[in-house]
Design a protein around this ligand. Structure first.
Ligand SMILES: C[S@@+](CC[C@H](N)C(=O)[O-])C[C@H]1O[C@@H](n2cnc3c(N)ncnc32)[C@H](O)[C@@H]1O
Length: 298
């Protein structure tokens, strides 16, 4: 016997809420819509759910109750204009990071050059790099990622977006490498790069993330950045010193407690301390928290 969609929705939302899922309504709608093969905003148009569809919904809800990330269940995450493949082994791109992309897009578009060279360090699924390559035309975008598992998602996402990159006349260079080691593909870019962007791992090693979705399902390599969380940030700054041209742009995402320009645990502090950057500015996310630092190469 079929079930009334509204009752199913209310029931699923309650079960997710009781399981501690932070956005139970959104997730309930997403899971039901996914099972029905429709857009989330069209659920209201479906009055009844058939038995076999209901069984499918139950399977997904049971996973979400176990706090498997919604994006792993759906296999995708929206980011800017992209829909990216994600799953176990790759970091799920966050909405906060879209703001870092926005700042970089603005910088590059304002420069209005014939060709841009951009490097994304610690690229994960390729979210930042692919967004920049598709939104800022005439760009050569280098994306560096160490994890072989994450790199597989990156190449899949690249394959999916080849047409939009070609329409934008952009070139994409995917590099499976460790940014702590010399990278041959970047050797020829000394003092030539227009923008270096990075959302590196930045959680201090001893901190345990609270949400099970992060603690149990995000790859450790994507989360932890050494004793104070800033090991990879220091590497990114060093690489930017070598590769950025004078006037080039840097943008680095960080934890909300890493926005200080006076304490050594702040990304703005590290950029200023390097004496290689001016106009160092810390910017906030949609919750008003310090989230990423930008600067201009001297
Ligand atoms: C916080 S995730 C961000 C991923 C992506 N930039 C995003 O915003 O969705 C950090 C990424 O850095 C990668 N990573 C960690 N250490 C690295 C290293 N030494 N060299 C290159 N990539 C590294 C991780 O595998 C992970 O994909």
């Amino acid at each position: 016997m079929s079930k009334i969609t509204r009752s199913v929705l209310v029931d699923v939302e309650l079960r997710l809420k009781n399981a501690g899922v932070p956005s139970p309504r959104f997730d309930a709608e997403s899971l039901i819509a996914f099972s029905l093969g429709i857009e989330r905003n069209r659920i209201g148009l479906i009055k009844d759910i058939e038995d076999d569809q209901y069984r499918e919904i139950e399977k997904l809800v049971e996973k979400r109750v176990r706090r498997i990330p919604l994006q792993h269940i759906l296999g995708e995450q929206g980011f800017r204009r992209l829909v990216l493949h994600v799953g176990p082994g790759v970091f799920i791109p966050r909405p906060e990071t879209e703001l870092l992309v926005e700042s970089t897009v603005r910088y590059l578009k304002d420069k209005n050059q014939d060709r841009n060279i951009v490097v994304d360090l610690c690229s994960g699924s390729g979210a930042i790099a692919l967004a920049l390559a598709s939104e800022v035309g005439n760009s050569d975008v280098y994306a560096v990622e160490k994890s072989p598992e994450a790199f597989q998602y990156l190449t899949k996402n690249l394959a999916d977006n080849e047409e939009s990159l070609s329409n934008a006349n952009s070139k994409f260079i995917a590099i499976n490498a460790d940014i702590e080691e010399p990278i041959q593909d970047l050797e020829n870019l000394k003092i030539q790069v227009d923008a270096i962007v990075s959302n590196p791992p930045y959680i201090p090693n001893k901190m345990i993330p609270r949400e099970p979705e992060v603690k149990d399902h995000e790859p450790e390599m994507a989360l932890f950045g050494g004793r104070d969380g800033l090991d990879l940030v220091r590497v990114v700054i060093k690489i930017a010193q070598d590769l950025l041209k004078p006037g080039g742009f840097i943008a680095i995402e960080h934890a909300d407690v890493q926005g200080s320009n006076v304490e050594e645990t702040g990304v703005p502090y590290l950029l200023l301390e390097s004496k290689a950057f001016t106009k160092v500015e810390d910017r906030r996310d949609l919750n008003g928290l310090p989230r990423y630092t930008v600067g201009i190469k001297i």
